[in-house]
Write a protein that binds this ligand. Structure first.
Ligand code: PEP
Length: 255
């Protein structure tokens, strides 16, 4: 991986009562050390962010799972702005998760909005895990990279090259999220290499070399090591397994 530090993100999604998540924090606090070459961030439900900030071990950062596109306070009922996440003490936010792009049966978030949210979050001083990825039928019809490029293009238009320093790309094939199906290490590596090449051709060679590309999609202790040893896989974004102590097997799966 060269100088790229591994980035392991956990995504608790909409899971857990206050007490259940307090218990998860207790479990994580009692687990072993985090290797020096790994950065770990846990993205938890908004309501439990203060709990994590005050009681989760210091070597795990805390992030949001989404943010609004609003740049400041105002009449945006229900939105949590990036400036609010930053103010409370978060350092990261996930933007463009496929569940939000799809919209759980409601209107989803188009590519342009995801790019806009990412830009606002960066402007407010957060780091962003920008999630992209193709659906099953898109992979089957051979358009995986076209789909990823379409999701990255609006962001490449909005960001100055130096702003990419605070972005990680989370490549998450939609068909692998929460399904138990994982891309094979070879399949994931091939797409990560394509994404890095796209970054080289469309942003810059330096950004392409430096940017961390995480894999997401049913990653767990049992498959993390094989995925993380691929040259272009610089970490993971982990849903289901981040709710359990298996999250630490993923962290310890880094080479
Ligand atoms: C995710 O939510 O980003 C994810 C990859 O979920 P899971 O690990 O459960 O597939």
């Amino acid at each position: 991986v060269g100088e790229r530090k591994y980035l392991i993100g956990g995504n608790w999604k909409s899971n857990g009562t206050y007490d259940e998540n307090a218990e998860r924090i207790k479990v994580f606090n009692g687990l072993g050390p985090i290797p020096d070459n790994v950065e770990v961030v846990l993205c938890v439900p908004y309501l439990h962010i203060p709990l994590c900030l005050t009681s989760l071990r210091d070597d795990i950062e805390v992030g949001g799972q989404d943010c609004g596109s609003n740049v400041k306070d105002g009449a945006y009922t229900g939105e949590i702005g990036a400036h609010m996440l930053k103010d409370i003490g978060c350092t990261w936010v996930i933007v463009g998760h496929s569940e939000r792009r799809e919209g759980f049966g409601m209107a989803g978030e188009p590519e342009g909005l995801c790019a806009e949210k990412c830009k606002v979050a960066l402007d407010k001083g957060l780091k962003v895990m920008f999630a992209i990825g193709e659906k099953k039928e898109e992979r089957e019809s051979g358009v995986t990279m076209e789909v990823c490029a379409k999701q990255l293009e609006p962001l490449a238009k909005l960001l100055k090259p130096e702003e990419w320093a605070n972005v990680a790309i989370a490549y998450e094939p939609v068909w692998a999220i929460g399904t138990g199906l994982t891309a094979t290490p070879e399949m994931a590596q091939a797409t990560h290499a394509d994404i890095r090449k796209w970054m080289k051709d469309n942003v810059s060679e330096d950004v392409a070399k430096a940017i961390r590309i995480q894999y997401g999609g049913s990653m767990k202790g049992a498959n993390a090591e094989e995925l993380l040893k691929q040259p272009d896989i610089d970490g993971g974004l982990i849903g289901g397994a981040s709710l359990k102590d298996d999250f630490f097997n993923v962290i310890n799966g880094v080479p």
